[in-house]
Design a protein around this ligand. Structure first.
Ligand SMILES: NC(=O)c1ccc[n+]([C@@H]2O[C@H](COP(=O)([O-])OP(=O)(O)OC[C@H]3O[C@@H](n4cnc5c(N)ncnc54)[C@H](O)[C@@H]3O)[C@@H](O)[C@H]2O)c1
Length: 247
């Protein structure tokens, strides 16, 4: 097992990619704290995993809530080695002039501020205990943006830059910081990315050399590698899980 005796906190773990990361980490021996605003769904994921999982209610865009979730994880498991900043949201695919100020603010609050606050919440603990791993979920939208997702793409560009900035700043503390940039992935968020125009799914797939969208498992497998000792010399990387889309 690749994460034996490790403890991970995964945000946005009630659904999609975060749920899959929680399940795969637990299967590989980790204890997992599953953080989400959808507490009921997080609880049912935790129940299905068993004793190695706890569910915690938390809005990652609120400093006090993410700090409390980290404290609760430490009370539950007595350790914390890995943070996966996965929680994210988007505005529906639409022209930039139609993106409302509230949608813009919410997307940045969850996708960028949430990642920053998550990092701030764990770094003092990681420093005290000699290191740790932070994995941020970015997106190919932050590397090769396409029309209709302007504000969302900007948040993911910010996540990638934050990842590199923190990798450089925290390396002396043996804290590795990497990001994963998935292409469109089969999760409940996907219809928002594709938008209402018919044929978008097929159009999208046609731009991916390996000929399909990503699955949550593709992303979770990369998150497993990055969290494991196999990736001990990796920091600051943006790992594209995209079937060749960004080539
Ligand atoms: N699905 C895709 O096509 C795709 C592609 C690239 C990147 N991503 C990124 O992957 C991550 C996971 O998305 P997903 O596709 O699994 O979506 P999802 O909607 O299935 O899961 C996201 C989870 O995050 C939770 N969440 C949202 N706001 C939150 C907040 N403020 N605090 C705590 N939890 C919150 C939701 O309740 C949900 O359970 C996101 O960062 C997303 O931007 C998704």
């Amino acid at each position: 097992m690749r994460l034996e005796n490790r403890t991970a906190l995964v945000t946005g773990a009630a659904s999609g990619i975060g749920k899959c990361i929680g399940e795969i980490y637990a299967r590989e021996g980790a204890r997992v704290a599953l953080i989400d605003i959808d507490f009921d769904a997080a609880k049912s994921v935790a129940r299905a995993i068993g004793n190695n999982a706890v569910a915690l209610r938390c809005d990652v865009s609120r400093k006090a809530e993410i700090a409390a979730a980290v404290a609760d994880t430490l009370s539950a498991f007595g350790a914390l080695d890995i943070l996966v900043n996965n929680a994210g949201t988007t505005h529906v695919n639409k022209p930039m002039l139609e993106i409302g100020e509230d949608e813009y603010d919410r997307t940045f609050a969850v996708n960028v501020k949430g990642v920053f606050l998550g990092c701030q919440a764990v770094v003092p603990h990681f420093r005290k205990h000699g290191g740790g791993v932070i994995i941020n979920i970015g997106s190919t939208a932050g590397l090769r943006p396409r029309p209709g997702v302007a504000a969302y793409s900007a948040t993911k560009g910010a996540v990638h830059t934050l990842t590199k900035a923190l990798a450089a700043e925290l390396a002396p503390d043996h804290i590795r910081v990497c990001a994963i940039a998935p292409v469109a992935t089969e999760t409940p968020l996907l219809p928002s990315f594709l938008g209402p125009v018919p044929g978008m799914r097929e159009k999208f797939i046609a731009t991916i050399p390996l000929g399909r969208l990503a699955l949550a498992q593709d992303v979770a497998n990369a998150a497993l590698f990055l969290a494991s000792a196999d990736a001990q010399f990796l920091t600051g990387n943006i790992v594209e899980v995209d079937g060749g889309r960004c080539v």
